[in-house]
Design a protein around this ligand. Structure first.
Ligand code: GEK
Length: 247
């Protein structure tokens, strides 16, 4: 994976454009996400471990909003269930191209990995195959709010008995004191990871129109409305959490 450091917002910009997953972001993405999302490496590695508990033979495992395929790679490291295949989907062509390169490299280094297909496409128009694990790792927050329920309903319908959706998201909090405290602590996390005040402020203004976090309660209600029977948070670090939703 690229080790290039994220300096995208290091220089003052006259006007900060909305954030897009373009080639500049692709180049620094592993560094950017690790320094910006508290708990990201733990979530990704354990996503594979959890997935191995839910994977069912002869089904697909989806990595939706796969970026460079970190979750796909974790699924391939941990899932040993018969006749499973991974389907990674992202609508950033720059991400998909680099993701394919990384997965080819993984294929050439290790044998007997689950087969993987990387689709350059929109997860909102995906024709789901019967699936036992569907991962939405920090992707739902980029989908417009009015399309989130429909997507979760389609995911619920695709899941076979014994399967699970694993949903990781940045959270907002209804209680303003709690929200402000965790926001400040997240900024402290970014500062401790070497981001300057300027980088933090410019990234925030770039992302605020494109990434819309919900609260844990909103996620739970929407997942239940989509037909999931149980929602179990398994990880939280500051204002970032991951949930297991059972069909
Ligand atoms: C990881 N899961 O490393 N269809 C397909 N892809 C989309 C869509 C859409 N409608 N909207 C956004 N994306 C990854 C990290 S990043 C999260 C996920 C972040 C894609 C988008 O192109 C990007 O690659 C990804 O979702 C979100 O575990 O950067 O904070």
């Amino acid at each position: 994976m690229s080790k290039e450091p994220d300096r995208i917002f290091a220089q003052p910009l006259a006007q900060v454009p909305d954030f897009v997953f373009n080639e500049d972001v692709v180049r620094v993405f592993p560094d950017m996400i690790k320094r910006s999302v508290p708990g990201y490496p733990t979530i990704v590695e354990n996503l594979g471990v959890l997935a191995a508990q839910f994977a069912q033979p002869h089904t697909a495992l989806y990595d939706l909003g796969s970026s460079l395929g970190a979750v796909t790679q974790s699924l391939r490291r941990h899932v040993r269930t018969d006749d499973c295949r991974v389907i990674a989907v992202d609508n950033s062509s720059a991400m998909v191209e680099r993701c394919r390169e990384y997965l080819n490299a993984q294929d050439s280094m290790f044998q007997e990995l689950l087969p993987v297909q990387v689709i350059d496409g929109d997860i909102l128009s995906l024709d789901f195959q019967p699936a036992s694990v569907i991962a939405l790792n920090f992707t739902l927050q980029f989908i417009s709010r009015d399309q989130r329920l429909g997507l979760l309903q389609r995911i619920r319908q695709a899941l076979v008995p014994g399967g699970a959706l694993i949903l990781s998201e940045k959270l907002r909090f209804a209680d303003s004191q709690e929200h402000d405290l965790l926001t400040d602590l997240h900024i402290a996390f970014k500062r401790a990871n070497g981001y300057s005040e300027l980088e933090i402020a410019q990234k925030r203004s770039a992302i605020e129109n494109v990434m819309k976090p919900d609260s844990l309660e909103e996620h739970r209600e929407r997942l239940l409305a989509a037909g999931f029977s149980k929602v179990v948070p398994w990880f939280q670090c500051l204002n970032f959490a991951s949930l297991i939703a059972l069909p």
